[in-house]
Ligand binder design. Structure first.
Ligand SMILES: NC(=O)c1ccc[n+]([C@@H]2O[C@H](COP(=O)([O-])OP(=O)(O)OC[C@H]3O[C@@H](n4cnc5c(N)ncnc54)[C@H](OP(=O)(O)O)[C@@H]3O)[C@@H](O)[C@H]2O)c1
Length: 316
């Protein structure tokens, strides 16, 4: 089968088209004919660093939508022909390939309201956003939330979840992405290149503070956000925070570090929202699988929005 294989760790030129053996499903696994694969920052981070053992010969790709081709022994929930979506975990090959084997436990049926390209834009970012906003962030109706990085893959879903939950949503973006962020339901879009987000919250938030801050960028955004979080408020980050976090003690702030947990139940929650049109996939570019390197270059360059998705074509 065709796959995109790492020729080593380094820049995007390390992603090369190769012919590799088609995998076979072990007990508890599905063999999926891949239709579309999402590109995520973790892909280029693993390509660069070799973390989790992704080095020469490895296949990346941690968002997948496709059709079940075969099931391994013991699989009862799925059958050949089912349309599915999921986030491959880091214990085996990713899904930049024509076929992928996955543990059935972390797979869900693809909702009918989205096509394969749209479905591949959801799992990794969607499960991370769900855990961040709904689970660990425990956002409630009427609360105020500030979302940093709201135009990105995770942020664009976090924003839609917060809006659907009935929160008052402040969201940061660069000027080119402010319109998109507004269209996704932000009540107040902050131009992160010109405006001071703390000042905006103090001036415009209903209680002059945020109940929850979600950080999808990292660096000093957590420490810089602490002064605007109310006492006993919450901050959720998905990227290493830096800076002085001591203010958090004095205000009894809960700081949550979220690392993606792959659960079928979370994919099902997201499916319900997609079906009810409370969540829509945000896709900036669709490229053929063979242009995975170009997808990496675009994502690494920044300045985009939503997701880049690779489309896999199969010989008739
Ligand atoms: N912990 C986990 O389990 C987990 C899961 C998924 C992702 N992540 C990580 O979370 C990060 C975001 O992922 P993603 O898929 O959303 O990436 P992405 O699509 O590249 O989005 C990142 C967003 O950050 C914004 N941004 C850029 N510079 C910024 C700055 N100086 N201040 C504030 N925002 C800035 C950009 O939007 P604007 O230019 O419009 O502001 C961009 O859309 C990545 O580092 C990724 O590896 C972690």
């Amino acid at each position: 089968m065709r796959a995109i294989v790492l020729a080593g760790n380094g820049d995007a030129s390390m992603l090369q088209v190769a012919d590799v053996p088609k995998p076979e499903p072990a007990a508890g696994q599905l063999l999926v004919q891949v239709q579309a694969v999402g590109v995520n920052p973790i892909d280029y981070k693993l390509r660069q660093t070799g973390a989790f053992g992704f080095s020469t010969g490895s296949i990346l790709g941690f968002d997948c939508a496709g059709v079940v081709e075969a099931v391994g022994p013991g699989v009862r929930e799925f059958k050949r022909g089912d349309a599915v979506f999921y986030s491959p975990d880091f214990s085996g090959p990713g899904a930049y390939a024509e076929y992928h084997c996955v543990s059935a436990d972390i797979v869900a049926f693809k909702p009918k309201c989205v096509d394969f390209i749209e479905a591949a834009a959801i799992p990794l970012a969607g499960m991370t956003a769900w855990d961040s906003i709904m689970d660990r962030g425990a956002l409630r109706l009427g609360e105020t939330v500030l979302i940093h990085g709201a135009s990105g893959g995770v942020g664009s879903i976090a924003l839609q979840l917060a809006h659907a939950a009935g929160a008052y949503v402040f969201a940061t973006a660069s000027p080119a992405n402010m319109g998109l962020v507004r269209s996704l339901g932000a009540d107040y879009v902050i131009d992160r290149t010109k405006e001071d987000f703390a000042q905006v919250i103090r001036s415009h938030a209903p209680r002059r503070s945020a109940d929850l801050v979600f950080d999808a960028f990292g660096a000093e955004l957590v420490s810089r956000s602490m002064p605007l979080v109310r006492p006993l408020g919450r901050i959720v980050t998905i990227v290493n925070p830096s800076g002085d976090l001591a203010v958090g003690y004095r205000k009894n702030i809960s700081l949550h570090y979220v690392f993606l947990q792959r659960r079928r139940s979370t994919l099902e929650e997201l499916s319900h929202l997609l079906t009810r049109r409370l969540l829509k996939p945000v896709i900036s570019h669709v490229l053929p699988l063979e242009q995975a390197a170009e997808g990496h270059r675009m994502l690494e360059a920044g300045g985009g929005f939503g997701k880049i998705v690779l489309k896999v074509t199969h010989a008739a």
